[in-house]
Design a protein around this ligand. Structure first.
Ligand code: B12
Length: 423
């Protein structure tokens, strides 16, 4: 079959990420002997024309559309980001009679409501490497048999999502793939080594996207892939794993492999402030890590358990100091206004964050509410959310007592600091 895969950047953010997810789906679809074309629409693309042109030239049998960002998670000036993608789907519909299949991280959080809003024919929730080729076979065979796993249909019927137990069978995009993106050698190439998160932070949507058990690639294969990319002219990378340091033994193993390969890389990673000892920090620095996102979210011993964090302030501080000592920059995150937050806990968090002497700090006021999370239940119980709200249009939790005070307090604190970033 002829398969057109489309991604469309819809948020300028700090970085416009390269479409790793769609690249993985493209590799798996090619391996299943389909003819694939990928259309990555940048922020300044003329989407309507580009999509029409691609459809006319390529005449696809099936069109896959990647749905990454739903919104920018910004309570103070929220941007719903699916409008342009709805337009892309409408253009596909007008220009071709091919089936339109949706998938991606954002889609996986909202499989029914995003399908209805965007107007796709069907969607795949979760990882696409097995599910998308299986769907193509099902379509080729005439859809008489029961649908393969992970599918959602506009009438609400769906088949259960299955996550692959190991990731090594899934191909990673080759260097030539990224070379097609203008300026890619100066960008951070996304690398994923693990999927799944067993931690249950009350607001988090990750388990809907990747499932809970951690599934991994073998470090040797990751390094083999990075070696090929390094030889292809890439040096900057971003590990997009939710928690680079989980499990810590895996993180150490990966770093050992990277050090041995002597690739002279420069990479960033996302760290959960627990399970980072001096040995891991040192290995990370030696392996090329220059910056981590340190998502501690609160610096209040009262709030950390409320968010269901499994660390305490002492651990955040120790890890922050340990990383700084080996020269790794720390980009810290505060997420303020959650259930149980008070003026006192906010002040504790601000003071704590300040005392860490981070390289950068991002403060988010109000928590984006995702379906099937403890936060959604609390929001309903607190009367902030109707139980039947599908949450596709962003809704936020902010502790009712702080609604008027918190945004001003943060703006004031930041102007005193003169440097921090907020949303
Ligand atoms: C790493 C990350 C980042 C990094 C990206 C670094 C980089 N260079 O790539 C940074 C920090 C820059 C970032 C920024 C933002 N991010 Co972010 N990010 C992630 C994270 C943790 C991983 C994404 C990733 O690369 N996954 C690895 C790839 C392989 O997986 P994938 O893309 O999901 O693809 C798989 C499947 O989804 C599926 N699939 C994908 N496409 C398709 C298409 C079809 C047709 C099919 C069938 C299947 C399919 O198959 C793929 C392979 O299995 C996710 C959370 C998560 N766990 O997914 C959030 C996430 C995607 N981010 C999110 C958001 C909101 C943002 C920001 C808007 C935040 C902000 N306000 O700044 C910005 C937007 C940036 C931009 N300009 O677009 C949200 C999106 C949901 C929403 N509310 O919109 C997520 C889901 C986190 C969350 N809150 O739940 N992000």
């Amino acid at each position: 079959m002829r398969i057109l895969l489309i991604s469309a950047a819809n948020d300028a953010g700090s970085v416009v990420p390269l479409p790793l997810g769609l690249a993985c789906v493209a590799a798996a679809t090619e391996r299943a002997r389909h003819h694939v074309r990928l259309l990555a629409l940048g922020l300044d693309a003329d989407c309507e024309n580009d999509v029409r042109k691609a459809i006319k030239q390529f005449a696809p049998d099936v069109i896959g559309v990647s749905v990454r960002n739903i919104d920018d998670q910004n309570m103070q000036s929220p941007h719903f980001l699916l409008g342009s993608l709805k337009q892309v789907v409408a253009v596909c519909r007008a220009a071709s009679s091919s089936r339109i299949v949706l998938g991606g991280a954002g889609y996986s959080i909202f499989p029914e409501s995003a399908l209805a809003y965007l107007g796709g024919d069907m969607g795949i929730r979760g990882e696409g490497e097995t599910a998308f080729p299986a769907l193509l076979s099902w379509l080729e065979q005439g859809t008489q048999s029961p649908p393969p796993p992970a599918m959602h249909f506009p009438n609400g019927s769906h088949s259960p999502t299955a996550f692959a137990p190991v990731l090594d069978d899934f191909l990673l995009p080759e260097p030539r793939f990224w070379l097609d993106f203008p300026g890619s050698t100066e960008m951070r190439i996304p690398v994923q080594t693990r999927r799944g998160c067993p931690l249950d932070c009350i607001y988090c949507s990750t388990s809907l996207i990747e499932g809970r058990p951690i599934r991994r690639r073998s470090p040797a294969l990751v390094v083999e892939w990075l070696t090929a990319l390094r030889h292809g002219g890439f040096r900057l990378f971003h590990f997009v794993d939710n928690t680079f340091n989980l499990p810590p033994s895996y993180a150490k193993d990966l770093c050992h492999n990277l050090i041995e390969a002597q690739l002279d890389l420069d990479w960033w990673a996302i760290i959960y402030p627990k399970w980072v000892d001096a040995e891991l920090a040192e290995l990370m620095a030696k392996a090329g890590c220059t910056q981590v996102s340190l998502g501690f979210e609160s610096g209040s011993e009262t709030m950390l358990p409320q968010l269901n964090k499994r660390f305490i302030c002492r651990e955040i501080r120790e890890i922050s100091d340990t990383l700084a000592a080996v020269g790794i920059k720390r980009y810290g995150f505060l997420l303020l206004g959650g259930p149980g937050e008070t003026r006192e806990t906010v002040e504790e968090s601000l003071e704590f964050a300040d005392s860490l002497h981070l390289d950068e700090l991002k403060i988010t006021v109000g928590l984006r509410i995702y379906p099937q999370t403890p936060l959604a239940l609390t929001a309903v119980a607190d009367g902030l959310l109707k139980p039947d709200d599908n949450l596709l249009f962003p809704r936020f939790y902010i502790s009712p007592l702080l609604r008027d005070w918190l945004p001003d307090r943060i703006a004031h604190w930041q102007s005193d600091q003169g440097s921090a970033d907020t949303m």
